[in-house]
Design a protein around this ligand. Structure first.
Ligand code: NAD
Length: 553
C-alpha cells in the first residue's frame, strides 16, 4: 500500500479549479494556500481567509452538534465526506466515540430505512441483476483503478431490519468509513458495492421514492450465477482486493462464505467478525468471572449468522485449549424461533444449526431453556427486541456469581435488554455487553460502563493485516488470533469498570496490533504474497493513512 493522497492523479494531472473542489479526496476547501489558489486556478472560488484543518474541524464540529437528530447528523457527515474526505476523517478520528454511532450502528440503520428519501449523491457501485453478463465492465466504471477493500451487500438482511434491497448501500459505505477511520486504510482503496437482485419488501416495492429495482428478489441458480460472475469479475478487475460480505440473508451468507472462503480473499463480517468480537468479550469476561472459557456454558437466543458463528469460534477456542470438539459443542445451546435446538425437535435443521443440535429435552421458550440449562452466559442475537426479562436476568444472577449477559441485537430497539436492566436485575453482578451503545449506569454508588461488542474492533484490523501481507485468503485462524489480540488489549482499569472491551479512543493502535497478528498468521500459513518485513508492526504503521493535508505544489 501507499498513502500518498495524490495516488489517483499524480502531481502533473492534478485537477484544477472547480474540478479540484469537486474531488473529495483532494479538496482542502478554505485550507488551500495563496500559492495553491494561484497555480491551481482556485482564486475567486473560495472566500479569502485561509483556515487550517484544526480550525475547519472546529467549525464542522459546531455544525455537527447543531443538528437536532441523529439522522440529520448522519446527513451532515456524509455530505462532508462527499466534499472533503480528509477533513471528514480528521473530524471522525477526533470524536470517534461521539460519531461512530452516527456513521454506523445504530443511526446507519435509520439512514438505510430512509435512504430513498435522503438520497443526494451516489457513492459506491450499484450492480444489478440486469447487469449480468457485463459485471466486469461495470466494475471498470469505478473512478479508482486499484480498489483493495470491497464491502458488498445484497441488502437482504440489513442489521436487524430485514430486507431493505438497494437501501442497504448505507452499510458498505459506513463500514468502509470505519476501515479508514479505525485502521487507516486509504479511502482511495475503498469500494462500497450494492448488489441489487430485487427485494421482497412489499413496502419498498410500492414506494414511489424507492431507488432500487422494483421486482421480487432473484433466487436460486440465477442468483448464484450472478454472484459467481461478480466474484470472477472482481478477480479480473481488482486482483488485489479483499471482499467483505455484509448483511446477506442467512442462507446466502453461509453458502457464499463456504463457497468462496478458500478460493478468494474474502470473509463475512456478520459471521466471522461478530464471532471474533464476541469471543474476545467472552475471553475478557473470564477475567471478571474467574471461570475459564472451558467452564462456560453458553445459551444463545437466536441461531443465525451471529449466533452460530460465535458458537463455532467458541468451540475452536476451546479446542485450542485442549477440549475435544464433542465436549466443546456440548457447552453451546441455542434457542431459535422454534424453541430449544435439540436433535429430536422434529423439524429439518439447516447445516449451521445441525452442528449445535443437542441431546436434550425440548422446551419451547427461552425462559424455560434458561431454567433447564442454567447457563453461565446468555447471548442475545435474534434481532427481535426485549426478551431478557427481569425474571430471566434474576435467575442468571441466582445461578452465577457473575452472569455474562450479552444483548447483541441491533439497533438499540432490538436489544434483548438495556444495560440498566441487566445491572439492576442482577444487583450489579452482570458482566454486560451489547451490540448498540448504552450509556454508563450508576448502581449502588458504582459506575458500570457497558461494553459494546462492536465488530469495528475486529474487521478493520483483519482487513489491514490481510492487505499488508497480501494474503491469498482470510482464514478462521486469523479471526481467532484477532479475538485473542483484542482481549489482550483490555486493561485492569477497563475491567474495574466492568468494561470488557478496550476504549475506542485507541482503536487505531488496536487495529494495528490485530493486523500484525493476522499478517503473522498469513506468513505462518504460507498465504502471504508479499515478502515478510523485518518488523511487522512498524511496516503496517508506515502504510496507514493519516488525515492531514498535503502541499500540492
Ligand atoms: P439472522 O437472521 O442470521 O439470525 C436470527 C436468528 O434469530 C435466527 O436463528 C432466527 O431463527 C432467530 N429468531 C428470530 N426470531 C426469533 C424469536 N422470536 N425467538 C427466537 N429466535 C428467533 O441474523 P444475525 O446475523 O444472526 O443477526 C441477529 C442479530 O444480531 C441482529 O439484530 C444483528 O444486528 C445482531 N448482530 C450484532 C452484532 C454485534 O453486536 N457485534 C453483530 C452481528 C449481528
Amino acid at each position: 500500500m501507499n498513502h500518498d493522497p495524490l495516488l489517483p492523479f499524480g502531481r502533473r494531472d492534478l485537477p484544477t479549479g472547480a474540478s479540484l473542489l469537486n474531488s473529495p479526496l483532494l479538496n482542502k476547501l478554505t485550507a488551500f494556500s495563496e500559492r495553491e489558489r494561484d497555480i491551481l486556478r482556485l482564486r475567486g472560488l473560495l472566500p479569502p481567509r485561509i483556515f487550517n484543518m484544526q480550525e475547519q474541524a472546529e467549525r464542522s464540529l459546531i455544525q455537527f452538534r447543531r443538528k437536532n437528530s441523529a439522522l440529520e447528523k448522519y446527513i451532515f457527515l456524509t455530505t462532508l465526506q462527499n466534499r472533503n474526505e480528509t477533513l471528514f476523517y480528521r473530524l471522525l478520528l477526533n470524536h470517534i466515540e461521539e460519531m461512530m454511532p452516527i456513521i454506523y450502528t445504530p443511526t446507519v440503520g435509520e439512514a438505510c430505512l430512509e435512504y430513498g428519501s435522503i438520497f443526494r449523491q451516489p457513492r459506491g457501485l450499484w450492480i444489478n441483476i440486469r447487469d449480468k453478463g457485463r459485471i466486469a465492465e461495470v466494475l471498470r466504471n469505478w473512478t479508482n483503478k486499484d480498489a483493495r477493500i470491497i464491502v458488498v451487500t445484497d441488502g437482504e438482511r440489513i442489521l436487524g431490519l430485514g430486507d431493505l434491497g438497494a437501501l442497504g448501500m448505507g452499510i458498505p459505505i459506513g463500514k468502509l468509513a470505519l476501515y479508514t477511520a479505525c485502521a487507516g486504510i486509504h479511502p482511495y482503496y475503498c469500494l462500497p458495492i450494492c448488489l441489487d437482485v430485487g427485494t421482497d419488501n412489499e413496502k419498498l416495492l410500492s414506494d414511489p421514492l424507492y431507488i432500487g429495482l422494483q421486482q421480487k428478489r432473484v433466487r436460486g441458480a440465477a442468483y448464484e450465477e450472478f454472484i459467481e460472475e461478480f466474484m470472477q469479475a472482481m478477480k479480473e478487475v481488482f486482483p488485489k482486493a479483499l471482499v467483505q460480505f455484509e448483511d446477506f440473508g442467512n442462507n446466502n451468507a453461509f453458502s457464499l462464505l463456504h463457497k468462496y472462503q478458500n478460493k478468494a480473499c474474502c470473509f463475512n463480517d456478520d459471521i466471522q467478525g461478530t464471532a471474533a468480537v464476541a469471543l474476545a468479550g467472552l475471553i475478557s469476561a473470564t477475567r471478571l468471572t474467574g471461570k475459564p472459557l472451558k467452564e462456560q456454558t453458553l445459551l444463545f437466543f437466536g441461531a443465525g449468522e451471529a449466533g452460530t458463528g460465535i458458537g463455532e469460534y467458541f468451540v475452536s477456542a476451546l479446542r485450542e485449549e485442549g477440549v475435544s470438539e464433542t465436549d466443546a459443542r456440548k457447552r453451546c445451546w441455542f434457542v431459535d424461533s422454534k424453541g430449544l435446538l435439540v436433535k429430536n425437535r422434529g423439524d429439518k435443521l439447516s447445516a449451521h444449526k445441525q452442528a449445535f443440535a443437542q441431546d436434550g429435552k425440548y422446551v419451547k421458550t427461552f425462559a424455560e431453556a434458561v431454567e433447564q440449562i442454567k447457563p453461565t452466559a446468555i447471548i442475545g442475537v435474534a434481532g427481535v427486541g426485549p426478551t431478557f426479562t427481569k425474571d430471566i436476568l434474576e435467575k442468571m444472577a441466582a445461578y452465577n456469581e457473575r452472569p455474562i449477559i450479552f444483548a447483541l441485537s441491533n439497533p438499540t430497539s432490538k436489544a434483548e435488554c438495556t444495560a440498566e436492566e441487566a445491572y439492576l436485575a442482577t444487583k450489579g453482578k452482570a458482566v454486560f455487553a451489547s451490540g448498540s451503545p448504552f450509556a454508563p449506569v450508576e448502581y449502588n454508588g458504582k459506575t458500570f460502563v457497558p461494553g459494546q461488542g462492536n465488530n469495528v474492533y475486529i474487521f478493520p484490523g483483519v482487513g489491514l493485516g490481510a492487505l499488508a501481507s497480501q494474503s491469498a485468503t482470510v482464514t478462521d485462524s486469523m479471526f481467532l488470533a484477532a479475538a485473542r489480540t483484542l482481549a489482550a488489549q483490555v486493561n485492569e482499569d477497563d475491567l474495574a469498570h466492568g468494561r470488557i472491551y478496550p476504549h475506542l479512543n485507541s482503536i487505531r493502535s488496536i487495529s494495528i496490533q490485530i493486523a500484525a497478528a493476522v499478517a503473522e498468521e498469513a506468513y505462518d500459513k504460507g498465504l502471504a504474497r508479499r515478502e515478510r518485513p523485518k518488523d511487522l508492526v512498524a511496516d503496517i504503521k508506515s502504510q496507514v493513512f493519516e488525515p492531514v493535508y498535503q502541499d500540492y505544489l
